[in-house]
Design a protein around this ligand. Sequence first.
Ligand code: PLP
Length: 399
Amino acid sequence: MKKIDPALQLQQLKQFGEFGGVNPSITDSATYTFLEAQTMTDTFHGETEGCFLYSRHWNPSNKYLSDALAAMEGTEEAWVTASGMGAITCVLLHELNAGDHIVASRTTYGGTFAFLKNYVQKFNIEVTFVNISDLDAVKKAMKPNTKVLYAESISNPLLQVANIPELKKIASISDAKLVIDNTFTPMILSPYALGADVVVYSMTKFINGKNDCVAGAICADAAYINSLIDVNTGTAMLLGPVLDPLRSSSILKNLYTLHIRMQQHGKNALYLSQALEKEGYKVNYVGLPQHPDYELFKSFMNDSYGYGGILSIDLGSASLAAKVMQEMQHQDVGYLAVSLGYFRTLFSNSGKSTSSEIPDDIQKEMGMSEGLIRFSMGLDNDIEHTTCIILNILKQHVK
Ligand code: PLP
């Protein structure tokens, strides 16, 4: 299995600031001047290296962040967007034409699910949702007009692991692109190295890690990114979900601490999961040997970044989950809030929040309990203390 060291790849990238600053200068311009008209014409046709034309296409701050993400991911290029959904929808709309078909995992982030279930039909795009772990079902779902096979490397919120190398083989039969959302596991998994054609991120989550903005990214080879931002036909260029350069600059600085944060998120999530499991709670964490995809995940994961910061427990009912979450917030475990990848612990009931776009019957079919609490573990320095509080709250409320 091809493993890489994303932190090392990132560290080996040199980006000198305009005035020698260790952080690249922020480019606060929407448009750029040229001394000669011909250079502008050449730049418009993408033929002048180092020249910028207009910030919806490229701007220097976004280029610095994109280059850093490409280094981390091992792709030739990347492009940054104003949200994770901006990245996902651009890639899907770029690949899918009217009459095309997409096979997608049925367990994805609710917004992605809603886009595929309710939105793409207006473009006459057909969607088949599959259990992504059932490779035979995935194979059966593929058609000659299937242009995309879509999955999350670890699914939100059920934590199913996508077998990326096998999915790539299946996608290749129909010449479809394998698109992987790696939002939950930056650095831990490197989907491009494992066979994905395009990797998308919500950088709102772990990559930025501060919960102070929404942002997204698309990582792929240079030809793909260039076609996405082609001035005549590129979906990203024409729909325009570009990231603001001020944000690019702050995310770039946060990217350089990502490896340490992922290790701490993972260490804390593993500790809490083991404690919950020992007490007999129904806990779902990919770092526990009883997780159905534990071995698969281990065979894919890059060394030394841990198993990730996301775990869940199933308390059976939404009302019990609500009580426990409110008490956890009251006792400073973290915040009752959607989203993930923050330095404080966040928890929410997926079925009632980030997956509420998924109808109840499909939630049931997917195996999503109404009492599921998803935790995004924070960077707590004393996880034993946090775990004690959580166990005490659970003892009081769960009979
Ligand atoms: N992908 C995953 C796995 C997510 O969890 C989310 C948001 O929760 C998104 C994509 C969408 O990202 P954004 O909110 O940045 O648009």
